[in-house]
Design a binder for this molecule. Structure first.
Ligand code: RIB
Ligand code: CA
Length: 303
């Protein structure tokens, strides 16, 4: 599978990227970065650091620094940490980003791999919406867009209504759901079922001391956030679950409907059914034990 991950690394993003590097089924053509869990320069620096840690390499194309129409953005650093990777504040710059902006990189790779490219978007959807705006053929060229985002008929996580990725740029997200892209939405309906425990991270550190040890370290900060909001039995594997859906959709239970993203007011970022929109597949459930074991098995392939 030819894959680009659009990412705001991000503790759970780091696990998803590790899995993508480890799985032989995936040919990782690039990482495009976005603001979200941290500022976009840190997202890019973290992406390059993670690729080096995972003994992998691919282009990193930096994307949007701000949501559509916004003049400022301020990440909530209490969830993923001050620099986006837990308590680590010393992440070095390793290598350089490609010169191409993320949206241009996405458009070009989709043209060069028309009908064969999967994009897994695990941050705000600004880069995807920008690519749609730059190339009317982008929606048709991309084989499938798998999104970590949204919540159908259930509460959000950043507000009572909205999931964080779609909340951070609701206008861009709504533009994506209006498009003709072949969209799979892996939202909280599924990802809140895949809860990693500290013991799972300890297992990863045992089977892959360098990579798993780092993942255990940065997840410690993430566990602390979830404990602070009363979720004691683990942290959701949001992004890794979405990555797994790219390869093994049969492990998920889907419904189909058009989707609208609320773009203003108290309910901004909420995903609601809209039959006037193109149908997307929305995950309502996942084989959670399988997902967690598959993630652990993938990390064990690294060093
Ligand atoms: O709501 C969860 C999503 O927001 C995940 O992608 C996490 O990394 C954060 O970006
Ligand atoms: Ca993310």
């Amino acid at each position: 599978m030819k894959l680009i991950i659009d990412t705001d690394p991000g503790v759970d993003d780091a696990l998803a990227i590790a899995i993508a590097v480890a799985l032989p089924e995936i040919s990782l053509l690039g990482l495009t970065t976005i603001f979200g869990n941290t500022f976009v320069p840190q997202s890019s620096r973290n992406a390059r650091f993670l690729l080096d840690l995972f003994a992998a390499d691919c282009p990193v194309a930096e994307g949007a620094a701000l949501p559509w129409g916004a003049e400022t953005y301020d990440p909530a650093d209490n969830v993923h940490g001050p620099e986006g990777l837990g308590a680590r504040a010393d992440i070095p710059q390793i290598g350089q980003n490609t010169d191409e902006a993320a949206a241009d990189f996405l458009v070009r790779l989709a043209q060069e791999n028309a009908g064969e490219l999967t994009i897994c978007a695990i941050g705000p959807l600004t880069n995807i919406a920008d690519a749609l705006a730059r190339d009317p053929g982008f929606a048709r060229n991309v084989k499938e867009l798998v999104i970590m985002g949204g919540a159908l008929d259930q509460p959000g996580n950043i507000t009572p209504f909205a999931e964080a990725n779609l909340f951070h740029d609701a206008a861009a997200a709504d533009a994506v759901f209006q498009s003709e892209m072949n969209i799979v939405m892996i939202g909280l309906n599924a990802t809140l079922q895949t809860l990693l425990t500290p013991a799972d991270l300890t297992d990863m550190a045992r089977t892959a001391p360098k990579v798993g040890g780092f993942l255990e370290e940065i997840h410690d900060f993430y566990f602390g956030f979830y404990r602070s909001v009363g979720i004691m039995d683990g942290c959701p594997m949001h992004d890794a679950t979405s990555l797994l859906a790219c390869l093994w959709p049969e492990r998920f239970k889907f419904t189909e409907t058009g989707v609208r993203v609320i773009v203003d007011g108290d309910e901004i970022g909420q995903t609601i059914r809209d039959e006037s929109r193109p149908n997307v597949r929305i995950a309502l459930g996942v084989e959670a034990d399988w997902a967690i074991q598959t993630a652990k098995n993938a990390v064990a392939q690294l060093h």
